[in-house]
Design a binder for this molecule. Sequence first.
Ligand code: FAD
Length: 299
Amino acid sequence: MTWTDSLPSARGKLLRDEPLGPFTWFRVGGAADVLFIPADSDDLADFLKALDPAVPVTVLGVGSNVIVRDGGVEGVVIRLAGRPFAGITTEGDAITAGAGALDAMVAKASAKAGLAGLEFYAGIPGTIGGALTMNAGCYGAETKDILVSARGLTRAGAWVDYALADFGYTYRHSEAPVDIIWIEAVYRGTPDVPEAVAARIAEITARREQTQPIREKTGGSTFKNPPGHSSWKLVEAAGWRGKPFGGAKFSELHSNFMINFNDATAADIEDLGNTVREDVQSKLNVNLEWEIKRIGRPV
Ligand SMILES: Cc1cc2nc3c(=O)[nH]c(=O)nc-3n(C[C@H](O)[C@H](O)[C@H](O)COP(=O)(O)OP(=O)(O)OC[C@H]3O[C@@H](n4cnc5c(N)ncnc54)[C@H](O)[C@@H]3O)c2cc1C
């Protein structure tokens, strides 16, 4: 008998040995020992309270900034899927969004409510949970510019409330404990004409189509931009734009995006990233830091 035979009961779905590749943009990686899709936040809180504290817990959004390694993920992986986690409401200049809501849907709701400031979320293909963890941003705006507060659950299943200042946000980084599972966030927009907000969203969406491989199996920006540098220029200068490595390569369209173009394994993709980091360090003397999160066990 192992820990997976004595899981706490739950109203949501508990799936053993569930492949995670289909839940990520790269479409690679092994299985979760257990994948839990809670019915709602109470279900999740009760499950976490009853789960053996020794079992590791990992949250996945829509997997647009992760590599799940080929050996799968130890413990319980949680996905906040479905309506109970994806609600979006507006009141005055406040927008409240569930952590499972797509950033793009929140941007759309902000336009409908005539609130400016959240347009950039239209360009980020993740969820609010992922945005809170990554301080996601683009075109000069970041999550920290619009966030008011967020609610989450600790690993022990207790509710916590975080004000913006508690996140200690820097570029693509939060100082909040990594084991908090974000459930809901409150944002503030600035009143504007709905059509004007919608027009800016349309511009961002069109720009994305032209500049990023958004229909490929990718993970977004591979590396953070080092101070004073653009990662895509460094990758290109080191000769890696479009160069195949196993089934992976850095995109011709955007050379800070890796793509799985030919049945790559997670190891191909991660090894490519590490090889390029070393190459850029030795050729150009710049340290590239991973932006993409890598989770799970190598094979
Ligand atoms: C084509 C493309 C373009 C992109 N462009 C941008 C861009 O312009 N700017 C940008 O910032 N990013 C960009 N990204 C990266 C990515 O979309 C963002 O980082 C996004 O915020 C990740 O959200 P996700 O739901 O996919 O999270 P995942 O990739 O599933 O997870 C990312 C991290 O967030 C954590 N996480 C997810 N949900 C929760 C939760 N509820 N509670 C706690 N932790 C959680 C995960 O554990 C993991 O550590 C792009 C990605 C792609 C594929």
